[in-house]
Design a protein. Structure first.
Length: 275
């Protein structure tokens, strides 16, 4: 049976598979488009099974804000090699995933996997992409924030993406929002403020501070006081609202925001990065 280039192209558009794979699937199914799609999907499942033990340490990280500017999401789509990570088709697929997340304002990674991307779920399209690309493809991480206003930033290279939400909205706040999501990308804060640092992290910092002071020969009675001083320095360097503002290090992020609007603050933020 003769398979036309038009049929091959139609199948390619519907599945994203390569031209030769599409032609083989159509030949195998004697031109039946739906059966050919099933053949390609089964191929994706077989490839996924064979690559299950592989490490998918490369990929892209993207973020985006909803049209009403109240919700932002960040997603990591992983692959095995940097060759695939910089491929235009793979990046376009990752963009379709973040678009789906934002359009549906999904709240967690399970909701995203179940969301429809075209006539398939995101989870199913991940399998499809595995078959198309021939590498292990997975949805590595997902984060979202929502409030009065939300902002997003993607660092050039698609390896770091950040999102943040604020308690107020205005044109002036928008400029501050852009500054803050860039701050998060550059400075990698561990928490919003000192109250949101986990008890486990605080305990670890105190223990490390005391041990450092002990090794420096400081008196045992002074160790806790010295460690608390180091902890305060940790807060200033590693919590977003207390960090030095990257555009003017004479002030911290809180002071910068208060200059924009005395009541303005960040409510939540997320940062995804490929390391």
């Amino acid at each position: 049976m003769k398979i036309t280039a038009q049929e091959v192209n139609q199948l390619r558009k519907r599945t994203g598979a390569g031209m030769m794979d599409c032609k083989k699937a159509l030949v195998e199914t004697e031109g039946d488009m739906e059966k050919a799609i099933d053949v390609l999907r089964k191929k994706g499942q077989k490839v996924a099974a064979s690559r299950a033990g592989r490490e998918a340490g490369e990929g892209v990280v993207l973020s985006k804000v909803s049209s009403d500017k109240t919700y932002a999401a960040a997603v990591m789509v992983n692959c095995e090699t940097d060759f695939v990570a910089i491929n235009a088709d793979f990046i376009a697929y990752a963009k379709s995933v973040i678009d789906t997340a934002v359009e549906n304002k999904v709240k967690n990674i399970d909701e995203l996997k179940a969301a429809k991307l075209g006539n398939r779920t995101v989870a199913e399209t991940i399998l499809d992409q595995t078959g198309v690309i021939g590498e292990k493809i997975e949805l590595g991480a997902f984060q979202c924030v929502a409030a009065e206003s939300a902002y997003a930033y993607i660092h050039p290279g698609n390896r770091i993406a950040t999102i943040a939400c604020f308690n107020k909205t205005s044109d002036v706040v928008a400029d501050a929002g852009k500054d803050v999501v860039m701050q998060i990308a550059a400075m990698d804060p561990v928490a919003l403020n000192k109250d949101s640092v986990s008890d486990e992290m605080v305990k670890r910092e105190i223990e490390v501070g005391m041990d450092q002071a002990r090794q420096e020969g400081k008196p045992e009675a002074m160790l806790e006081k010295i460690a608390m001083g180091k902890l305060n320095k940790f807060y200033k360097e590693n919590t977003l609202l207390n960090q030095a503002f990257i555009k003017d290090t004479k002030k911290n992020v809180t002071q910068y925001l208060q200059e924009v609007d005395k009541e303005l603050t960040v409510l939540d933020f997320k940062r995804l990065a490929l390391v």
